[in-house]
Design a protein around this ligand. Structure first.
Ligand SMILES: [Zn+2]
Ligand SMILES: [Zn+2]
Length: 340
């Protein structure tokens, strides 16, 4: 079978043996695998976690068909998606249901051979059935949609509450979509940079789109258009978004940050403002299996439309082009999905 191997500055498609399976694991024939920032960072030579060395077999956003293995939920022949994180199941974080905080968790496409391949092996317990969902759309669920669901949960948005997403491109747009699906009365606002993204937000029937070249003035524009916000979610806008986002918050409001980066977080506010208004700042990291199951259920029920989520389909042989697309960011870029 074919698989992709990445080292700093190099991407190769190679041939090798099919993956072996241990007890409780199943083999999946990959039908679609999304690529995202992590895959680009690998290509750019990001520092790897302890115990992992280049070359890495990337790809953590997998949809396919289960070939063998299974349990009472899922069996051979089923279309499935894979939760990309493999927690230990025994530590305090895992016991508390915060498996995405498990310190020894393995990640698909870094610690374990990933989904930019013809076949892949993964524990059945981390596999979720999605019968009838087209694979290229299903591949958006494990990361871009499940992570959005996780961030939305952390906002603790009240019924009919107001939510602004700063950086409503890929994951951010899914935060808005999920908020609308889960509460038709939620009042939603998007802060986007390009008219292309603004058009996409509007096609999805989602709230106001505030268009700006930079983030300067975003707080003022959101307050004018939509008033104080119960929650603000940042995705892809980076550290600079925090200082713009905090003034948008109503008393007791929550700012949920989803971007990772080494830039210093400058809040641009005072202790008094933060304390007297009881504002909360939280990070949202990846997702849990429960998040993936929740979004899979919404898609299966026909409540979540992912037809706008994928912009590029690329064959496995051209995996390098798929990853380069992320660096080039052509206009209209949503998810890039590789189809073996
Ligand atoms: Zn991803
Ligand atoms: Zn654990």
């Amino acid at each position: 079978m074919r698989f992709v191997e990445v080292s700093p500055g190099q991407i190769d498609v190679r041939d090798g043996p099919r993956p072996g399976v241990s007890a409780g694991w199943g083999r999946v024939r990959v039908e679609a695998c999304g690529v995202c920032g992590t895959d680009l960072h690998l290509f750019e030579g990001m520092r790897l976690p302890r115990g992992v060395a280049y070359p890495v077999r990337p790809g953590h956003e997998v949809a396919g068909v289960l070939l063998d293995g299974g349990d009472d939920r899922v069996g051979p022949g089923d279309r499935v998606v894979l939760h990309p994180v493999l927690p230990c199941g025994a530590c305090a974080a895992c016991a508390a249901g915060r498996e995405n905080q498990c310190r020894t968790a393995g990640v698909l496409g870094i610690d374990h051979a990933g989904g930019l391949a013809d076949e892949i092996a993964w524990p059945t317990a981390r596999i979720v059935p999605v019968p009838g969902v087209p694979p290229e759309r299903a591949a958006v669920l494990p990361d871009a949609v499940a992570s959005a669901h996780h961030a939305l949960r952390l906002t603790a948005l009240p019924r009919g509450g107001s939510l602004t997403v700063v950086g409503a491109g890929g994951v951010g747009a899914h935060v808005l979509q999920l908020a609308r699906v889960l509460d038709p009365d939620a009042r939603l606002t998007a802060v986007v940079r390009s008219t292309g993204t603004a058009d996409r937000i509007e096609r999805l029937g989602l709230g106001v789109a505030v268009v700006g070249g930079g983030l300067d003035g975003a707080a003022r524009r959101v307050l004018e258009a939509s008033g104080p916000q119960d929650a603000v979610v940042e995705y892809g806008a980076g550290a600079a978004a925090a200082a713009e986002a905090l003034p948008m918050l109503a008393r007791g409001g929550r700012l949920v940050l989803g971007s990772v980066g080494e830039d210093e977080l400058v809040l641009g506010t005072t202790l008094t403002t933060l304390v007297t208004r009881e504002l909360r700042i939280l990070g949202s990291y990846a997702s849990t299996l429960a998040d993936l199951e929740a979004v899979a259920e919404l898609v299966l029920a026909g409540r979540l439309d992912l037809s706008e989520s994928v912009s590029h389909l690329v064959p496995l042989a051209e995996a390098e082009r798929a990853i380069r697309l992320l660096a080039e960011r052509p206009p209209g870029l949503a998810r890039v999905v590789v189809t073996p």
